[in-house]
Design a binder for this molecule. Structure first.
Ligand code: PMP
Length: 431
């Protein structure tokens, strides 16, 4: 495959941008080689600067649930830009957006728009602290909640990919206020809570983890956390930046029947534009400025172009339940195809999947938490990644990421992915 233009751009980028990229995982460091620079995308395909075509499994890390350059969203953005790009003043669309989010996610009574997932999670723990008058939070090893200081402790995604789950630059004070527990381990949470009575403001987690690869909650885990939080007056925050509007219209919380106190959202909510949101119980959200004393603001928050894209996306998802039927069927088809190939080849790698999210882990162990995710053969994943890329499949360049399917993937694309997977496994294992 010729990626000469990408290679040239990457060389140049490294002179001017730290590591040559504006977000670490993009650099392909975990899998080796030079990242491909993307020029355009449409439906299920992305095209790089050398005009190679790939089938999309990243989908901008989740937002492109309807595939790239969806015409309805394009039109919404085009219509919106006729009226200028930003006002820094309230608009009708923000009200419509808030009303729609509240109707789609029943646990959310009030919501504040921000500009990224990171802002959403940072703001959510601030308001949880303001509401409870407590300082400490509990997070789970391998969960990623953006790059806010409090979350760069045992963090997943790029932080673990690059061996920096505990980032330099985070003060000891902040680090001391972040307690960590193993995912799916209720007992460890209870022990932490007992040892820090009346000190824990919030417990935050990805209800289905995408950031150590795709990891599902064990039966009763989410309900157990809800119970502990209720008993101890801890604010339960579900970080649905990845899972919101993806695993169901109402996110993972709808799918698993759990009602958090606060929810953080991003990705799909902006239709591909930079948007995040946090919301939940009215008594907690009423602490946010100017209704209450917890300060949080944003010059570009509720940006009219982003709101138009996001509103069009959410309205579409709200009105088309068949989107979720299709995504479930696509996920199932892919997994069945992968499993059949592995059986044929005598392989027993762990495949975690729920709806339109999946990760193939290069380990025989069930992957239920961070240590089991880390038992994967990372060099082998790197070879697999490149074998897939060579066959025109664009995947997240790290074992610790989830793939995201879109409705633009038709049967013929899924068949191509299944075939590429089988060929790639054969190639990297010399079978
Ligand atoms: N929370 C989760 C669960 C995420 O997956 C991410 C980003 N991948 C974030 C928060 C941070 O979002 P952003 O990159 O938009 O700041």
């Amino acid at each position: 495959m010729n990626i000469a233009t990408s290679q040239h751009l990457f060389e140049k980028a490294q002179h001017f941008i730290p590591g040559g990229v504006n977000s670490p995982v993009r650099a392909f460091r975990a899998v080796g080689g030079s990242p491909v620079f993307i020029k355009s995308a449409k439906g299920p395909y992305v095209y790089d600067e050398d005009d190679n075509e790939y089938i999309e499994l990243i989908n901008s890390w989740g937002p492109m649930i309807l595939g790239h350059a969806n015409e309805l969203i394009q039109k919404a953005v085009y219509d919106a830009i006729q009226h200028s790009f930003s006002f820094g003043a309230p608009t009708r669309r923000e009200v419509e957006m808030a009303e729609l989010i509240v109707s789609m996610v029943p646990s959310i009574e009030k919501v504040r728009m921000v500009n990224s997932g990171t802002e959403a999670t940072m703001s959510a723990i601030r308001v949880a602290r303001g509401f409870t008058g407590r300082d400490k939070i509990i997070k789970f090893e391998g969960c990623y909640h953006g790059h806010g200081d409090s979350f760069l402790i045992a963090a997943g995604s790029g932080a673990v990919t690059f061996g920096t789950p505990d980032s330099p630059g985070v003060t000891k004070g902040v680090a001391n206020d972040t307690l960590t527990a193993p995912f799916n381990d209720l007992e460890a949470v209870q022990t932490l809570v007992n040892a820090n009575k009346n000190d824990i403001a919030a417990l935050i987690l990805e209800p289905v983890v995408g950031n150590m690869g795709c990891v599902l909650p064990a039966e009763g885990f989410l309900q157990g956390l809800r119970k502990i939080c209720d008993e101890e007056g801890i604010v339960l925050i579900l970080d649905e930046v990845m899972t919101g509007f993806r695993l169901a219209k109402g996110g993972a919380q709808e799918r698993f029947g759990i009602s958090p106190d606060l929810t953080t959202l991003g990705k799909i909510i902006g239709g591909g534009m930079p948007v995040g949101a946090y919301g939940g119980r009215a008594d907690i959200m009423n602490k946010v400025s100017p209704a209450g004393p917890v300060y949080q603001a944003g010059t570009l928050s509720g940006n009219p172009i982003a709101m138009s894209a996001g509103l069009t996306m959410l309205n579409y998802l709200n009105d088309h339940p068949e989107v979720y039927t299709q995504l479930e069927a696509s996920g199932e088809k892919l997994v069945n195809g992968f499993k059949a190939s592995m059986q044929k080849l005598g392989l027993n790698y762990t495949l975690n999947q729920i709806g339109s999210m999946y990760t193939l882990f290069f380990t025989d162990q069930p992957v239920t938490d961070f240590p089991s995710a880390k038992s994967s053969d990372l060099p082998l994943f790197g070879r697999y990644f490149h074998a897939m890329l060579d066959r025109g499949i664009y995947m997240g360049p790290s074992q610790f990421e989830s793939m995201f399917l879109s409705t633009a993937l038709e049967d013929k694309h899924l068949d191509k992915i299944i075939k590429a997977n089988e060929e790639s496994l054969k190639e990297i294992l010399s079978l």
